[in-house]
Each structure stands twice: as C-alpha cells, then as structure tokens.
Design a protein around this ligand. Structure first.
Ligand SMILES: C[S@@+](CC[C@H](N)C(=O)[O-])C[C@H]1O[C@@H](n2cnc3c(N)ncnc32)[C@H](O)[C@@H]1O
Length: 267
C-alpha cells in the first residue's frame, strides 16, 4: 500500500473521530439518564404494568366503547408504508382502527410519518392535528431541549412535515392539519375536551413529557385516551409514565415502546 493511500485512510479515520466520540458520549448520557430514573423508580415509584398487545387493543376498545362487545371479526385492513419500525407502525394503525377517534392531536410531527398512518387508519371524518416546533430553530422553548432531542429538532436533511400531502387520496391529506409552536407554550384552548386520542411523541425529557401529558389530558373527550411513544427507550418518558400511574391508568404495550394512559384510575 502506498504512503499516500495510508495517509488518506488515516485522515478518513481521524475525520470520523469527533462523530464517534459524540455517539459514545450520547450513549453514556443515555445510560446515565436511564440509571438515574431507575434510581428514582427504586425509591418507591412502582412500575407500570405491561400487557400483551392484543389485550391492550381490547382494553382500548373497552375504554372507548364500554357497551359494545369486542367484535369477533373486525375488519382491520391495513395500508403500510415500507419504512419505520414496522411493528410500531402496524400497532399504531391497529389502535386507530380499534379506537376509531373522531379527532386526534399529535405532539411531534417530524416528517409526518405517524400523522399519515393515523390519517390512513381513521374514519373519513377524523381530523388529525399535528404540532411541532417551527423549523427555523429560533423558537424559545419553555424547558431546555435535551441533548438527545437536538437531532429531532434540527432535522438535518429532513423537512418538517416533508411527508405530508403525499398520501394517495387527497381527502386523507386534507384531514391532517399542521400546527406550529412549543408544545409547552402552545395555546390548546381550541382543542379542549375535543380529542379522542392524543399521541405524545415530542421532546423526550421528563419535564416535557409531563407537560405534554397534562396538556393532552385537558384536550381529551370523556372517553379519550393518550398514547405515549418511546416508553423504555427514553428515560424521561419511562419515568413520566411510571409517575403518571399514581393518578391514571397507565400500561405498557409489551414488545413496543408505546404506553397507554386512560385518565384517572378506575378503582
Ligand atoms: C420523535 S420525533 C416525532 C416523530 C413523528 N411522530 C413520527 O414518528 O413520524 C419528535 C418531534 O418532536 C418535535 N419537538 C421537540 N420538542 C418539541 C417542542 N417543545 N414542541 C413541539 N415539538 C417538539 C421535534 O421537532 C420532532 O420533530
């Protein structure tokens, strides 16, 4: 191997070092956050229960429609895109089919992938409001944006809502409405008491998740519920879900990173 090739290889390796170091640091931070929340959990916050995915769907059905029996053969035709976490996309679609919401609010649009899934799997009258920070990166946020959330906020090479407006049926596209603002400072008053499903998938810090869930609770209809994403994969979400179960019925859908919250515990 010639000297110039060797030097070029070393240069390449050196260039990759800062990225590698950043990844290692982020991983250490992530483990530390998990450990810290575990410590908190060990200090007396009981863990939420986990239930298998089919039981979770049945519980959603019972919560939404207490007087209707679980349909023996429910039409669950699914249209799925090729990307994303297939199991979670499939499950989100199933939850929408079973819960049949008349209105949905999503916190955390990113490209619009999950908003599209919800539009594809809800009834034609259902409107999906999806909220994200404006993409200019200048909006002041009420709570600090955690290190691990910066890449979601910065969206390098990705357009905010870039996948929206591209579903095959124009009427599905027109049911998705984009909203812009900091989820902790947004004016939710027009949506109060009107959402059957709120999907919380914004910033992942404990403060943000707690704030988003509080705002979500105020938006729910009497039989509405909250779907939280990134349970177990993000310390802030995991801790928040466990803390919230003191006041509400919260459970983890096993094998996914979804946790479901029904407002107020039914004793
Ligand atoms: C995990 S991504 C959402 C992914 C999306 N639901 C999907 O799977 O298609 C999180 C999103 O939350 C947004 N976000 C972060 N902090 C926010 C805040 N304070 N207010 C509103 N949106 C926020 C980020 O900009 C990012 O687009």
């Amino acid at each position: 191997m010639s000297l110039s090739v060797t030097i070029a290889r070393w240069r390449g390796a050196l260039k990759a070092l800062p990225g590698l170091a950043r990844d290692v640091l982020n991983y250490v931070r992530f483990r530390r956050a998990i450990y810290q929340s575990k410590e908190l959990l060990d200090r007396g916050v009981p863990l939420i229960e986990w239930v298998n995915p089919l039981q979770a769907l049945e519980r959603v059905h019972r919560h939404r429609f207490p007087d209707r029996p679980w349909p023996e053969q429910r039409e669950l035709a699914l249209e799925l895109g090729p990307d994303g976490n297939a199991l979670e996309i499939l499950y989100l679609a199933l939850i929408c089919r079973v819960a049949d919401p008349a209105a949905v609010f999503e916190i955390g649009t990113y490209e619009g992938r999950t908003a599209n899934v919800m539009a594809l799997h809800t009834s034609p009258a259902c409107r999906i409001h999806t909220l994200d920070l404006p993409s200019n990166g200048k909006t002041e946020t009420r709570f600090p944006i955690a290190e691990g959330d910066r890449k979601w906020r910065e969206k390098k090479g990705v357009a905010l809502g870039g996948r929206l407006g591209k579903l095959p049926r124009a009427e599905d596209n027109s049911r998705i409405v984009q909203r812009l603002g900091d989820s902790a400072a947004f004016d939710y008053s027009p949506y109060r008491g009107r959402m059957d499903l709120v999907f919380v998938d914004g910033a992942h810090s404990y403060d943000y998740v707690m704030s988003d869930v509080r705002n979500a609770l105020a938006m729910l209809t009497p039989r509405g519920f909250i779907l939280m994403h990134d349970f177990l994969t993000h310390a802030g979400v995991t801790l928040a879900a466990n803390v919230l179960q003191r006041e509400h019925e919260v459970f983890h859908v096993a094998g996914t990173s979804f946790a479901i919250l029904f407002p107020q515990k039914k004793c």
